[in-house]
Design a protein around this ligand. Structure first.
Ligand code: ZN
Length: 247
């Protein structure tokens, strides 16, 4: 039977620590807690790493976080040769916050790229130092320099980023909200989480379950490292941190 883990990061992406209770340890050693600050790999964003501290002060290193039988079941995957906790044991959770913060900045930058390049998305992956989004576009004449300049305009404007819940019906009336060609937001759960950018979502809003920074200014300096041709009508954009290196 799948457990339902309370996902604390959905309401507050800035929570780096929390206390929780072990509800199960699966046959592969994966630890399931009643609540967690660890984001589980999904939607192109990698899961968190970090540690679980036991009452005696010893730690269990967590190498990955994934979803289980359902998206609501979050499994903390220990690194090799860690102690196995008991069901009912209390834990102090701590994610690798510097890494998560990089992922939040990168993930938020990906949203900005979909504003600058409003084309159907065919794939995306976020990492600490490089992210990519694939778009269905013929050669639209984009240059790294132009796209970088427009991304940095949005960063410097320091627009707010916030979430809002809408109903399945509202989403059905606004099909344009969904930019991904292959990934549909889960329907039938009643509520869909929209990630909005700008006052009154004036810049963008789209369904997303990931973690984001609270304003575009927090993303900091980014640039397009590369625009690769992946097919006649497909382009892969790579986002990197820092200023664009000289040509
Ligand atoms: Zn997102």
């Amino acid at each position: 039977m799948a457990h339902k883990t309370e996902a604390l990061f959905r309401d507050d992406a800035y929570l780096g620590t929390a206390d929780a209770t072990v509800v199960a340890v699966n046959d592969r050693g994966g630890i399931i807690l009643d609540r967690t600050v660890f984001y589980a790999t999904s939607g192109g964003q990698p899961g968190d790493t970090g540690s679980l501290e036991r009452a005696d002060g010893t730690g269990i290193a967590i190498a990955a976080t994934i979803t289980g039988e359902t998206n609501d079941e979050i499994i903390h995957v220990p690194a090799l040769e860690q102690a196995v906790p008991k069901v009912g044991e209390r834990m102090r959770l701590a994610i690798d916050w510097p890494r998560r913060q990089l992922l939040m900045r990168m993930h938020s930058a990906c949203h900005l790229l979909t504003v600058v390049c409003p084309f159907p998305i065919t794939g995306a992956a976020v990492s600490e130092d490089d992210s990519r989004i694939d778009f269905d576009i013929p050669d639209a004449g984009f240059t790294k320099e132009d796209v970088t300049a427009r991304l940095m305009e949005l960063v410097r404007a320091d627009h707010p980023i916030f979430t809002r819940l809408i109903s399945d019906e509202e989403l059905a009336y606004n099909p344009g909200l969904v930019k991904s060609k292959n990934v549909r937001p889960p329907a039938g759960t009643g509520k869909i989480r929209l990630v909005c950018i700008g006052e009154n979502a004036s810049i963008d809003s789209q369904p997303c379950g990931g973690t984001h920074v609270k304003s575009t200014g927090e993303i900091g300096e980014i640039h397009i490292g590369k625009i690769e041709k992946k097919g006649r009508e497909n382009r892969r954009f790579r986002i990197r941190f820092g200023p664009m290196p000289p040509a």
